[in-house]
Structures are given as structure tokens and as C-alpha cells.
Unconditional design. Sequence first.
Length: 662
Amino acid sequence: MPRRSMVATAAALALIGVALPATPGYAEGSRDDTPALGVRTPDRTATGRTTTSRTNTIIVTFDRDQSHPSRAGRDVVAQAAETVAGAEVTKVQPITDDTVAVTLDTSLTADQQAEVGTRVEDVDGVAAAEPSVTFRPTSTDDTYYDYLWNLASGSSYGVDAEDAWPATTGSGVVVGVVDTGITAHPDLTGSRSSITGGNVVAGYDFISDSSTSGDGDGRDADPTDEGDYCTSDGTDSSWHGTHVAGIVAAIRNNSEGVVGVAPGAKVQPLRALGNCGGETADIIAALRWGAGLTVSGITATNPTPVDVLNLSLGGTGTCSTAMQNAINDVVAAGATVVVAAGNDGTSLSTSTPANCQNVIRVTATSHGGTRASYSNYGTSSYPATVAAPGGTGASQTDATAWIVSTWNSGTTTAGDPSYVGMAGTSMAAPHVSATIALLKSLDPALTPAQLTAILTDTATPLSSTCSTAKCGAGIVDAAAAVSAESAMLAGFTAKVTGTAKVGTALTATITPSSSATTTSYQWLRDGTAISGATSRTYTAVAKDAGTTLSVRAEVSIGSVSDTVTASAGTVAKGSFTRKTSPSTSGTFKVGRTVTAKKGTWSPTPTSYSYRWLRAGSAIKGATKSTYTLTRADKGRKISVTVTVSRGGYTTTSWTTKAKKVG
């Protein structure tokens, strides 16, 4: 048996791209300092909200409503645009009756915009003529924000974190990062020297072997990443924990490099990976302590137990009983465990702890929304849960091939804080952990099962075909998940579909809906509970005719419990369905007895009555199912009316085809 149970090594966790400088080039105004990774210098104003520069659209506001706003807008702009820039009007879009957008065939410089605006505003009746502004959906001044396709709203296959931030940034939630530890970074700790502060709370170092810990001792309260370089295989330090932490909760709006998916959350570094990797026992200790559980040999309990445990690590093998027990214990304690699927491009069934139960398994996707070629994938026995951006690592110049986050410039031991693009399922997992932080911030009582349901319910489909088992339910959509939970917190509504009629099925529908909710139903007759009527559907019975039916539903998710009711209305009597029509049989001659066949009906009637007719008129006393023909019937047409009845149903009659008596 090998001396060390290797769970992960940094080299296997992610591909590392070209590092970015600690301060982006454009901030100094020098093209020579443009970040090496990027294909473009970020184009952003100080607020990060809008840009004007060149535009070919002028917004014209009149001082009163126009009967023909499009024509009026064209008239006032055309001459000015032709004179100033030789431009022609190509499109006029009314916004309101007094405001229009006039588009030209030529983009105007800032000076031309001002001149056209002045000329148009000199026209009587024009209140304002202003250049159209291009708005960006972000409100952050983080200097590398334009590289963060993985969380921006404009990216089709990112997690759209920025559209979740108006509702929550993850405040009050702690994400435990079981990894290589952390380095001081101004975008994480707000400091170049301290490993706590900012968005990082005190963690712990669980590496028990002093020969691999890098700090010369065993377990202690200092989770500083001393470097995970491996002399035996020649790999440098990955600063992997620092990178993962930045994806989760890099500080927002601090004029520093990047921003995390949950910039209001806190990260707790749980160091379990040292030189050349980490041991199973140390990772189990990190899981337990992080969740607030006891760990043998560690007297101090975690003062800030985590809500989420991020495991961007993996090794080959089955899920050990010890690891599974630890996961079960921390989930029972309320922590959600998120695990990277692994980067071997094979089934995750052999990648541990991704093949453990009770975890969220995360595959990696590209900027284009496809499964990354390196990403392990799920099977029917070990299905993936969700996907998240991991990058491809396929280009040294294209930022969309990478997930850019916080890093350190050191080769073996720590150097200066910096930024780098990395690719891997290790990068995908913290997107999920951070989205969970956003949800837990809204509702701390959400359970791991409910969180999983919300994530899978709201995920974005991949751009290429990939089964749910293989890639998960889709790419995590933070904005959609937060929106769904916010709607649930705002309250539920119920309605009943179907016709309130005996024999007809009624169905209760709860909005918003999610598999994360638990719902119980009780149907009521005139406000009183109907015994046994506790499913989502109910078929009205005879006893319901003339009464008012309603449904009461109790819906719960996390800490939210809501009781809602909806009325189906007054129940009408049911209607019979005629399957085969009544008819007559026998020989229609004087002296012969003929018989009425009652036909078949749904539901089955409880009583039948008969009325024989001669030439359409009732025959006195002929009210049985049989009738003996008399001389008075000769040459006349005989028929019978069959009437059916049943409690709760409308009495229904049917007259047979008349037959002539011979």
C-alpha cells in the first residue's frame, strides 16, 4: 500500500494560462503594458456602466406629443446630419409620441454628435437631441472585468452572476475551499500581506505531514499556501486555492482585477493539499472542521462553520467508506458539498470524490457552451449534476479560453499577488459553490437537496447535445436561480384548472413551481375537508353537486412556508356520455312484442325509464322495456324514449329510430 493516499495534485486540477500583471496596462495608459492574456484592452469608463464614443443614433425629444413622431424625427435630423457629417437617415424608431431614435448611415464622432445636437435643438419644438449611449449591464470597476465572460450577463454560456447581484451578492454566507490554502491578495483579503480580511475569514491548515506541508509543521491555524510544487515530477506551485477563492468571492468594485460570482460572500481556506498533493485523512478533517464538526486532535472548533464546501480536487479510485461517511456527516450538518468532475476526459465513476454520493458533481463547459474536451462526464450510475464554465485552455491569447482569477506570481514559494487564466473542472466547481452562496444568502434554511433542485431547474442547456446524465441538467444560471428563489420568497399562488362538474377531474397548480418545493394538498367541500382528497388532482363526485369546491395547498422551501387556497367554483351536475344509442328489437307486426335496448352510458346510470311512442305521441300505459303491438299501431311508426338518471348527473333521454308496424 502506498504511503500516501493521493487525492489531488495541483497539476491535475487545472491548466494554467498566461499570467496577467497585477495592474492592467490600460490603467497606466500604455499600450506596451496591455495584459498578455487578453485580445483586447478593456473598454470601460470609470463607473463601468456606460460608454458613448462614436454613435450613429440620435435621440430626439420634442416638447409635445407628435401626431407623426417618426416623420417629425426624420425631418429635424436629416438636414443637420447631412450638413455636419454627410450622413443620411436610415431608420427612425418611435419610443413614445414625443421621443424618437434616429439612426444614420454614418457613425458620428463626439464633435459631430455635439454639432448635430445643437443644430437639431435649435429647431422649434425640439426639447433635446442627444447621442445614443451604449449601456453595459455591469456596475463594477474591477479592471479585468471584460475578461470575465464566465459571469457576465452578455455571455450566452456564463453563469450570469451580475444579473443576480441586484438581489443578492452572497452576504452572510461562508464557502469553505478545501484546497492548497490561500495567499495574501488585495482582491481577496484587501491586503498584500495578510491572508485574512476582505472576503476571507480565518481557516485552518489540515496537512498533517510536515514533509509536505511546506511550513515545517503539521496541522495548525495558518492556512497560508506555502506552495504545492512537486520536486519529484518537476511541477511548479499552482496557487490553486487562491484562484478558486477568487472565482467564488473576489472583491467587487475595488478597482482591482476581477470579481467573484458571489462578491458578498466569505471564503474560508481549508488547506489540505501540499507538496505533490494531499491525503484522504487531511481532506476528511477539512470537511468535518469546515462544517463545524469535531476533528480528533484539533481542540478549536470552527467559529464560522461553512454553508458550502468546494472540492476542486480529485484522484483515481472508488469513493472510500471514510470519505463517504464524512460527506454524509457534513451534509447532515447542513453543508452542501460541491465536487469537480475531474479533467481526464473520461467517466467520473473512477474519479473520487466526484463518484461519492450526496455531492453536486460539476462538469466543465467552454465559452461556446459545449462540454470541455478534458472534462470528465457522468454515467447512468454516476450522473453529473450540473455544468459550469471551465474554459478550454486552447489558446494563449484568447481570454475566453480561460477562467481569469486571483493568483500568485511565485514559481515554488509565494511571490507577488497577480492574476492568471486557468481551465478545468476545478474552475467550474466554484461557480456552482458561489451560486449556492447567493441562494443561501436569500434563504439560509435551504437544504442541500433544495439547492440542488433549484440549480438543476434553472440551468441553461448546453449548446450541443449532451445527456443530463453525462453533462448534468445544464450550465448553472445564477441569475435564473436567484430569480426563482426570490419569486418563491415573495409568495406562492394557487389556481384550479378543469371544469367544476361532477365526474370531471380538477387539478391544482402552484406558482412559482420547482422540484425544490414540498407541497401538500387538501380539497374542501363548502370549506370542509374532504376525506382522502389530498392529491394534486380531484374528481368531483355526486355529493359535490351544488357545493363549492376549493383546494388548500401548503408549500414549503427552506424557511419559507406558505398556505394558499384557490376555488374551483360551484359544482354543476355531470353529463352522461352515450357510448351506444338505445334501440329496439323484435318483429314490428300487430300482436308481436318488441323490446327496448337501453344502450350503454358513462357513467352507468342507476335507473332507466321507458316511454313508447306512436307517431311521436306517448302511448298510454306503455312504460316498460317491452311493448306488445296492437291494431291501433298498424301502419304507424313506433319508437321508444329511454331516460337515464344517476345522482349528481343531469337526467338524459334518447328516442330510438321509429319503425313502421306491418
